[in-house]
Design a protein around this ligand. Structure first.
Ligand SMILES: *[C@@H]1O[C@H](CO)[C@@H](O)[C@H](O)[C@H]1NC(C)=O
Ligand SMILES: *[C@@H]1O[C@H](CO)[C@@H](O)[C@H](O)[C@H]1NC(C)=O
Ligand SMILES: *[C@@H]1O[C@H](CO)[C@@H](O)[C@H](O)[C@H]1NC(C)=O
Ligand SMILES: *[C@@H]1O[C@H](CO)[C@@H](O)[C@H](O)[C@H]1NC(C)=O
Ligand SMILES: *[C@@H]1O[C@H](CO)[C@@H](O)[C@H](O)[C@H]1NC(C)=O
Ligand SMILES: *[C@@H]1O[C@H](CO)[C@@H](O)[C@H](O)[C@H]1NC(C)=O
Ligand SMILES: *[C@@H]1O[C@H](CO)[C@@H](O)[C@H](O)[C@H]1NC(C)=O
Ligand SMILES: *[C@@H]1O[C@H](CO)[C@@H](O)[C@H](O)[C@H]1NC(C)=O
Ligand SMILES: *[C@@H]1O[C@H](CO)[C@@H](O)[C@H](O)[C@H]1NC(C)=O
Length: 619
């Protein structure tokens, strides 16, 4: 009897793992909702429950379940999930209880159409999950399926729909489903420089592309994690350079490596390889190109499985991400214990992409007798930016560490600040002149002559393209094409200054570059100059002192800039300001900066100032 129990135990322990393997991953959390629907809807053997089943998880100002007639959805969009929708007229939240923390899929289905009395063809709304922005000012056109994943560490996941621009928000269906903990780990390899990357666990990810190279589209029913994989043809740059191979039955999963959850056999068992017939020299790459949003980093997962070689150590190739060779002389056999057709994957993280394209290429290496290269599958996922968003405007910092660009930015900023100094000084001259004219009040500096109108030509350019008009607001001082209140820059700037929000109107190129303290000092000084009563306006000396101080506050930032040489420019400006301060008898003659009563500025060495500025800008 005991023997029988033992036998049963052994039998069960052999069978159970096999059973688990064959049934695939069972998600601990598995919410599938057919929003707006009164009945359960089965799609590919998965049941999306009626809206009412989880309505207790939703808090919304108005309960709106909408539906559309089936013939309004083209047959090409066969998803039965698009027949009904939940409409949100105000901010609405789903709060999903989470039984097992870790990464979860968030999948959203949208079909813009007319649903009863709701015309949802051109809506505008945002969706967030926990602290991450998933979609912002989103307008779905055509059927949109969006897949995200976030690591949920608390016992609930809140998904918020926020309508914008007076339009409602909506969703046709949604999924919140556990992801196996082993699917995405914390580490990957940085594309450039090729060092290790840590921190994937806290990333929110959005699936940009999931491609089955050389194979058919794989639908959720053929994927243990209900994923969609598409064929690679549309992404190939030159289709004639590529051909396909297939051996799905031969795919082996190694112990402790890729599993069917990583990618199903239908992905590993097909590949795109070099078509040597198209080019007998076999010295070419096969390239795929993907459209992405610039300003984000991307997580890339390459799936390989050598189903083309007859023996081990035959196939060596290179893998490129844009122009970076991320896997030189890749030899899959050494990575898979010399067992051919073994599934293998590699993870990479790109730098912040400043282009709207990512190119992936494979090409032959110099090693090996049979020049060839293969790729079986590829996943591209957008990573949240530094403000936790997967959507909208790129982060404010310059998109690539381009030394030259940064240098020019600093030069532009310095010149901008300096021109602002001059501009404000002139405003003060003007103000004080009026004041002197009325009060006879005496000061030490030389006033304007009676006839001294001032005209500033702020639109003209410095030799290398830095426009004087890019003072701080990147616009001319007087711009009649703008709304009335914005026409007069000084007045307009003061409006923002009094609100304490001068940073709202500064040149976007300078945002983040100009130090708040410096900007505040600058604004305060300008504000004082424009005071209504003469007695409230500062003396020229005070103005210069304050502006110099503002420059120094700014200088402190620029000096922290790791970029080469950029510090010198500010350093050189201080003497310039001093020049301005103490002056000699030269007059302004630069075409760039035209002051009609030059004689009046007899205390200021403007031409010298500008010749130096142009000089320092030109290096
Ligand atoms: C819908 O599916 C849920 C969950 O599977 C089930 O509990 C419920 O009875 C189903 N409702 C109908 C009307 O079939
Ligand atoms: C989720 O994040 C927590 C904390 O960052 C981490 O400990 C955990 O391993 C992560 N889990 C997964 C599955 O990513
Ligand atoms: C719905 O809105 C779209 C875009 O605003 C418009 O083109 C369309 O005619 C509207 N449909 C109906 C039935 O009102
Ligand atoms: C929407 O899909 C239809 C057919 O599927 C296509 O003809 C149309 O160009 C698409 N519109 C947009 C904006 O993608
Ligand atoms: C959506 O709304 C935002 C803010 O309300 C607006 O800036 C944006 O232009 C709108 N998008 C579209 C496509 O209308
Ligand atoms: C998907 O699964 C179905 C049934 O499970 C099977 O008949 C079909 O061949 C599979 N397709 C692929 C591409 O694996
Ligand atoms: C393949 O592409 C990489 C990256 O763009 C390039 O450096 C290399 O020269 C290309 N190889 C061939 C054979 O064209
Ligand atoms: C593998 O073997 C097949 C059949 O024997 C042959 O046609 C093919 O050229 C071989 N491939 C390589 C890369 O050796
Ligand atoms: C994504 O968001 C997390 C948490 O908000 C943050 O730690 C991480 O740095 C962000 N990722 C990037 C690439 O900025």
């Amino acid at each position: 009897m005991a023997c029988g129990v033992l036998e049963l135990f052994i039998w069960v322990s052999i069978i159970l793992p096999l059973f688990c393997f064959s049934s695939g991953f069972t998600p601990a959390d598995n919410y599938l909702i057919d929003c707006g629907s009164s009945t359960n809807t089965t799609v590919d053997s998965r049941v999306f429950v009626a809206d009412g089943f989880y309505s207790n998880l939703l808090s919304t100002p108005q309960n709106i379940l909408a539906s559309t007639s089936s013939n309004s959805i083209p047959s090409s969009e066969d998803s039965s999930l698009y027949q009904t929708a939940r409409v949100f007229t105000g901010e609405s939240k789903y709060t999903f209880p989470i039984t097992q923390s870790g990464r979860h899929w968030i999948r959203l289905y949208f079909y813009p159409s007319v649903y009863g009395s709701y015309n949802l063809s051109s809506v505008n709304f945002s969706v967030s999950a926990q602290s991450y922005t998933l979609l912002s000012n989103f307008t779905p056109n055509n059927a949109s399926f969006k897949e995200f994943s976030v690591n949920v560490t608390s016992n609930s996941l809140v998904i918020t729909f926020t309508p914008s621009n007076n339009s409602p928000a909506f969703v046709n269906a949604l999924e919140v489903v556990s992801v196996p903990n082993t699917l995405i780990t914390d580490d990957a390899t940085l594309v450039n420089p090729a060092t290790s990357f840590k921190g994937l666990l806290t990333q929110a990810l959005e699936t940009v592309a999931r491609v089955n190279m050389g194979g058919p589209a794989v639908t959720p029913v053929n994927d243990t994690l209900s994923r969609n994989w598409v064929n690679d043809q549309v992404f190939l740059v030159e289709r004639n350079l590529a051909m396909t191979a297939s051996n799905i039955a031969g795919v082996k999963y190694p112990k402790g490596g890729a599993t069917a959850d990583t990618a199903p056999p239908s992905v590993y068992g097909t590949c795109t390889e070099m078509n040597s017939q198209s080019n007998p020299s076999s010295n070419f790459n096969v390239t795929w190109q993907f459209t992405v949003d610039p300003g984000f980093q991307y997580f890339l997962r390459f799936h390989f499985c050598d189903i083309v070689s007859n023996t081990s150590n035959q196939l060596y190739f290179n893998v490129y991400v844009d122009s970076w060779n991320v896997a030189p002389d890749l030899d899959l056999s050494t990575l898979t214990l010399n067992i051919l057709a073994t599934a293998y994957y590699m993870d990479f993280v790109t730098p912040i992409n400043d282009d709207s394209k990512i190119s992936i290429s494979i090409g032959p290496s110099n090693i090996g007798d049979y020049p060839n290269a293969i790729l079986n599958g590829l996943e591209i996922m957008k990573m949240n930016n530094s403000v936790g968003s997967l959507s909208g405007v790129a982060s404010l910092r310059p998109s690539s560490p381009n030394a030259k660009k940064t240098k020019w930015l600093v030069v532009g900023l310095s010149i901008g600040l300096f021109v602002a100094v001059v501009f404000i000084a002139i405003l003060c001259f003007m103000c004080r002149r009026r004041k002197l004219g009325s009060s006879g009040h005496s000061k030490t500096w030389v006033p304007f002559s009676a006839n001294g109108g001032i005209s500033l030509t702020m639109g003209s350019k410095f030799s290398n393209g830095t426009t004087l008009s890019s003072v701080l607001c990147a616009r001319p001082v007087i711009d009649p094409s703008l709304p009335r209140e914005m026409v007069n820059l000084a007045e307009w700037a003061m409006k923002w200054q009094t609100k304490g929000q001068l940073e709202q109107i500064i040149d976007p190129n300078l945002v983040g570059k100009i130090k708040p303290e410096s900007l505040r000092k600058f604004g305060e000084t300008a504000e004082k100059c424009l005071a209504e009563f003469g007695v409230d306006r500062p003396s020229m000396g005070d103005v210069l002192w304050n502006l110099e101080y503002a420059l120094q506050l700014q200088g402190a930032v620029v000096q922290n800039d790791p970029d080469e040489n950029s510090t010198n420019v500010i350093g050189e400006l201080s003497p310039l300001v001093n020049d301005f301060h103490h002056g000699d008898d030269s007059t302004v003659s630069g075409a760039q900066f035209e002051v009609s009563s030059v004689d009046d500025l007899s205390g200021v060495s403007m031409s010298r100032v500008f010749s130096q500025l142009v000089k320092s800008e030109g290096r």
